[in-house]
Ligand binder design. Structure first.
Ligand code: ATP
Length: 442
């Protein structure tokens, strides 16, 4: 495709992107009619397609294409003991301070950019206190301590608790992994940067179980594999990097960790973490549940608790990176300006828009759109002048527009316009689907 993801890139202003996302229905505040709810977002018709394409790509690469990875879809609410074993009940907290004057709450380790107090001048902070980030709920009719449960703060804990059953039913031997995509919830104190830090978000996680001697090799393998994934999505090379954690950043149980970071308009930030978690998780669940989650090597007869290499990517954060990366504005012929989302065709929400030049030839054009829709997300638009219709598709990131004109009926051809170069080619109607498919999958 046309986009050269190695070319130096320009930065989008967040306010322009947020406005485009709302205007075109990618992403907008949840419960908007009530004024929104901080840290929660809704994905509209274009946003859900983008996100689904990303999830499908992950599932294809990480689960389907591999015979050493199985998929699951576990429940959001787990047995509350899960979160005691994982350490979340005790440790999953941020130190917070309150301002006595303006009553706002801030993370104690992020006081540099909190701005002035609304009373004017400096804030009057309390001592730091730990604030647990898990969202609590109650199960059943009573609201006492015995009925407390949590909305999962990460999707992976069920992978650990399901480890034994999945391994047995799938008849897997080490090394092998379990992947899942799903919602996670964190009571972030200060949701910010659009969807980047939300309270409800989606993760795609892989827990890959290996023998102790193989952990370093697999850690490096997954680091490379996951970095390549983000490059394949079309994210620009000068906006993507792999950053090893310093020893003092590591969780107490982790041997090694690296983040894949994207350079957002608000700076370099993590979109995915790759962690060598050792045998911490399986050992803890063995201890708390009283069930043996160890593994016996059928060759050596050695019994051990597998080590875990985790890859954990935020679907919302990566969608945001894709939006930031794709956003462009440029001057076109005639002094006009256009906003264009230069998505890689494989993740673009709409693959092709069929546009008849006039309402009089809408019917055969619509037939073509219907035919395309059986294979890809195609859009049909008959209203407005053709230039304006092209601009609307540019803004939605649609890589191809198929224009049906007055000659199409007689010569059996249509004009295909490519989004980035705006180049136009005339091709036979019966070959349109294959022509598009070749370019979408390239
Ligand atoms: P951060 O330090 O930014 O809070 P984290 O290190 O706690 O992130 P992990 O627990 O490793 O994040 O979660 C894995 C992935 O889940 C992250 O790389 C990110 O893409 C996503 N994620 C985590 N927290 C959020 C959030 N509040 N909103 C959106 N995505 C999130």
């Amino acid at each position: 495709m046309t986009r050269d993801s190695d070319a130096p890139t320009r930065s989008v202003r967040m306010e322009d992107l947020v406005a485009l996302c709302a205007r075109r229905g990618f992403i907008f505040p949840a419960s908007e009619v009530y004024g929104g709810i901080n840290g929660f977002w809704d994905y509209g018709p274009l946003g859900v397609e983008l996100k689904n394409n990303l999830k499908a790509r992950w599932w294809q690469r990480v689960v389907r294409e591999r015979d050493d990875v199985e998929g699951i879809d576990s429940s959001i609410i787990c047995h509350p003991r899960t979160w005691e074993a994982s350490g979340h009940v005790e440790h999953f907290s941020d130190p917070m301070v309150d301002c006595r004057a303006c009553k706002k709450r801030f993370r104690a380790d992020q006081l540099d950019d909190v701005g002035a107090c609304k009373e004017g001048g400096a804030h009057d902070f309390t001592e730091a206190r730990n604030f647990n980030l898990m969202l609590k709920t109650f199960i059943g009719a009573s609201e006492d301590a015995a009925s407390v449960a949590y909305l999962r703060a990460e999707t992976c804990q069920s992978i650990f608790t399901d480890f034994r059953r999945v391994r047995e039913v799938a008849r897997q031997k080490l090394p092998f992994g379990i992947g899942q995509i799903g919602k996670a919830f964190r009571n972030e104190i200060n949701p910010r940067n659009f969807t980047f830090r939300s309270r409800e978000f989606e993760q795609a996680e892989l827990e890959f179980f290996v023998a102790p001697a193989d952990r370093e090799e697999w850690f490096r393998y997954w680091m490379d594999e996951r970095f390549a994934f983000h490059r394949e999505l079309g994210l620009a090379s000068d906006r993507l990097r792999l950053r090893d954690h310093e020893p003092d950043e590591l969780a107490h149980y982790a041997k090694a960790a690296a983040d894949i970071e994207y350079r957002f308009p608000f700076g370099w930030q993590e979109i995915e973490g790759i962690h060598d978690r050792g045998d911490w998780d399986l050992s803890r669940h063995t201890e708390y549940a009283g069930k043996d989650l160890s593994y016996v090597d059928d060759q050596t007869k050695e019994k051990f608790v597998p080590m875990v290499i985790e890859t954990s990517v935020g679907i919302d954060r990566t969608s945001l990176a894709l939006l930031c990366d794709a956003y462009d504005e440029e001057e076109v012929e005639g002094g006009d300006r256009r906003t264009v989302l230069r998505f890689h065709p494989s993740i673009a929400p709409i693959k092709a828009a069929v546009l008849p030049l006039s309402k009089k030839i809408a019917e055969p054009a619509e037939r073509l759109a219907r035919d395309l829709r059986r294979r890809m997300n195609a859009f049909f638009d008959v209203s407005g002048n053709i230039g304006r219709r092209y601009r609307r598709q540019d803004e939605a990131g649609t890589p191809f527009c198929v224009t049906y004109d007055f000659e199409s009926e007689s010569d059996g051809q249509v004009t295909v316009r490519e989004r980035d170069s705006m180049r136009q080619d005339r091709i036979p109607i019966e070959g349109v689907a294959v022509w598009l498919q070749e370019r979408i999958e390239a």
